[in-house]
Design a protein around this ligand. Structure first.
Ligand code: ATP
Ligand code: MG
Ligand code: MG
Ligand code: MG
Length: 461
C-alpha cells in the first residue's frame, strides 16, 4: 500500500518497508549513490530516496528524471544528511511515466508566475501552486465547517438564471440559438422564445436573490458556488469566473451582519494558519516576508468600522496623491480602500452607509434617504473582500427603489413575494472566494489562486 510523503515525514516508526509514489523533482549523486527527490502533492515537502550503485547501476536510473512519475519501494530510515529527518533506502524503483528532461516545461530553475499562467495545466506540479491549491482546499473546507457549526444551511442556487438581478450589465449570455441565422420575430429582433429555455438566460453574477428566498424559510443559509462576470477590466483582483460565498440571515440587521463578517473572516484566517502552517511558511519565505505577520494582524485586531462619509473625509485630507479623485457620491477605488486599510488604520476596515446611487436596489435605505445600509469589508493588499448589506424588507420602499434604478419589477415578481408575504428584516454578504485565497496566500494576482483562471482573452482549456 502506498504511503504519502506527508505521512512518511511525520512517521515515528522507522526501519520498515514503505512504498512511495510521486513525481521526481531532481536526481543527483555520484558513482556510488544517487539521491532521488520525490514530491507527491500531499505536502510542500519532498522525500529523498537513496539508490546505491550496487542495486541500481547508473544505466537503470536513466529515466528517473525531473518530471517523471515513479514508484519506490524501500526501507524508511533515519537520514544521515541534513534537511530531512527520514529518507527511503530504495530496494525497487519503477518508472511509471517517463518525462523527457529536454522538453519538460517545468525546469528546475524557478519559472516566472507569468509564464506559469501560460502552462496552467502543469502549474499544480510546482511548489507554489501545490501550496496555493492546498490552502484553497483548506479554506473551502473551513467555510463549510464554520457555517455548519453556526447552524447555517448550505443551499444551491442556479448557475443559469433568467434575470439580470444585479443590473450591472456584466452578464454572459447562455443560448442554444445558432449565431449565424438566429430565428427572428416579425420586428426583426432575435426570437428568444425559440431558445432552449424559451427566454433570454445568462450565467449568474450572484446567488444572493435566490439565497434570500431560502433564508426566508430556513433562517440562516449560505451559498458557495461559481459566479460569472464579464469584467472588462484587467486587474489583479477580478476574474470572469470566480466563486462566491453568500450567507443570508433572516432577522439579522446591519450590526449583526458586520459581526458575522468579522468573526467569519478571522476564523478562516486562523483556520489556514493552523492547518496550512508549512505551505504558508513556504509562501512567506519565497515571496512575501510580511505574509504571516499580515495574517496575524487580521486575526488579532478588531476591524475598524466607519461610514463611507467619514472615509471620504479621511481620503480628502490624505497627503497621498490618488489616481482617481475622491468626492462624496463616487465609488471608492482599490487605491482608496487600500489607503484606508494599509496607511490610515493599519487594520481591516468595514465601511457602511454608502450613497444609494452607487449601490444595488435591494439594500435598505438609511433614515436620511440618501445612503443605504451597505457594508464593504476592506483588507490589506486587496481592498474590497466582502460586499454586503441589510436588505430592504419593506415592499413599497423596495418597489420605489427598483423604479428609481430601472430594475424591471415584473421580472423579479418572485423576489417581491418575499416582501409581500411574511417579510422580515434580514442581511447578508458576498465574499469572493479567490479574494480570500489571494489574501491568505499573499500571491499578488488573483489569476494565480484558481487552477484555471478565466479573464479577458483567456479560456484556453
Ligand atoms: P469590485 O468593486 O471589486 O468590482 P464588486 O463591488 O463589484 O467588487 P460585489 O458585487 O459586491 O463586487 O460582489 C461581492 C464580492 O465578490 C466582492 O466583495 C468580491 O470579493 C467578489 N468579487 C466581485 N467581483 C469579482 C471578480 N470579478 N472576481 C473575483 N471576485 C469578485
Ligand atoms: Mg465590480
Ligand atoms: Mg465594489
Ligand atoms: Mg461590492
Amino acid at each position: 500500500k502506498r504511503s504519502t510523503v506527508q505521512s512518511l515525514l511525520a512517521s515515528q516508526e522507522l526501519d520498515r518497508e514503505v512504498l512511495v509514489k510521486g513525481w521526481v523533482r531532481s536526481r543527483r549523486g555520484n558513482k556510488y549513490v544517487q539521491f532521488i527527490i520525490v514530491n507527491d502533492g500531499s505536502t510542500i515537502h519532498t522525500i529523498q530516496a537513496v539508490a546505491s550503485a550496487e542495486l541500481f547501476p547508473e544505466e537503470s536510473l536513466k529515466d528517473v528524471a525531473n518530471g517523471a512519475s515513479v514508484a519506490i519501494r524501500g526501507q524508511l530510515v533515519a537520514s544521515q544528511g541534513k534537511g530531512q529527518a527520514v529518507e527511503v533506502q530504495a530496494l525497487e524503483i519503477t518508472v511509471l511515466g517517463k518525462a523527457d528532461p529536454e522538453t519538460y516545461p517545468l525546469q528546475k530553475k524557478a519559472t516566472s508566475l507569468e509564464h506559469l499562467r501560460e502552462i496552467a495545466h502543469l502549474r499544480p506540479r510546482t511548489n507554489t501552486f501545490g501550496a496555493v491549491l492546498r490552502i484553497r482546499h483548506a479554506l473551502a473546507f473551513g467555510i463549510h465547517q464554520y457555517f455548519n457549526d453556526h447552524g447555517f444551511f448550505y443551499v444551491h442556487t442556479p448557475i443559469i438564471t433568467g434575470s439580470d438581478a444585479e443590473g450591472a450589465g456584466q452578464m454572459f449570455r447562455v443560448t442554444t440559438l445558432p449565431p449565424e441565422h438566429p430565428p427572428r420575430t416579425a420586428d426583426g429582433s432575435v426570437d428568444f422564445s425559440q431558445d432552449f429555455f424559451g427566454k433570454q438566460t445568462n450565467l449568474t453574477v450572484s446567488g444572493q436573490l435566490e439565497g434570500e428566498l431560502a433564508a426566508m424559510a430556513l433562517g440562516s443559509v449560505y451559498t458557495f458556488g461559481p459566479t460569472f462576470r464579464a469584467e472588462n477590466s484587467n486587474t489583479a483582483r477580478h476574474l470572469a469566473e470566480f466563486w462566491m460565498i453568500e450567507p443570508e440571515v433572516a432577522f439579522n440587521e446591519l450590526a449583526e451582519n458586520m459581526d458575522l463578517a468579522e468573526d467569519f473572516l478571522q476564523y478562516l484566517v486562523r483556520y489556514a494558519l493552523e492547518r496550512c502552517a508549512d505551505d504558508l511558511q513556504f509562501l512567506n519565505d519565497q515571496y512575501d516576508q510580511e505574509l504571516l505577520s499580515r495574517l496575524r494582524s487580521v486575526t488579532d485586531n478588531a476591524f475598524q468600522r466607519l461610514t463611507y462619509t467619514e472615509a471620504v473625509e479621511i481620503l480628502k485630507a490624505a497627503k497621498q496623491k490618488f489616481e482617481f479623485p475622491v468626492d462624496w457620491g463616487t465609488d471608492l477605488q482599490s487605491e482608496h480602500e487600500r489607503y484606508l486599510v494599509e496607511k490610515h488604520f493599519q487594520k481591516p476596515v468595514i465601511l457602511t452607509s454608502y450613497p444609494k446611487e452607487i449601490k444595488a436596489f435591494y439594500m435598505k435605505l438609511d433614515d436620511d434617504g440618501r445612503t443605504v445600509r451597505a457594508m464593504d469589508v476592506l483588507f490589506p493588499g486587496i481592498g474590497e473582500i466582502i460586499g454586503g448589506s441589510q436588505r430592504e424588507e419593506d415592499y413599497d420602499k423596495l418597489l420605489a427603489r427598483m423604479a428609481e434604478m430601472h430594475v424591471p419589477a415584473d421580472e423579479l415578481d418572485w423576489y417581491l413575494d418575499t416582501r409581500r408575504f411574511g417579510t422580515v428584516p434580514h442581511a447578508g454578504f458576498g465574499l469572493g472566494f479567490e479574494r480570500l485565497v489571494l489574501f491568505v496566500t499573499g500571491m499578488g494576482n488573483i489569476r494565480d489562486v484558481i487552477p484555471f483562471p478565466r479573464y479577458p482573452k483567456n479560456a484556453a482549456f
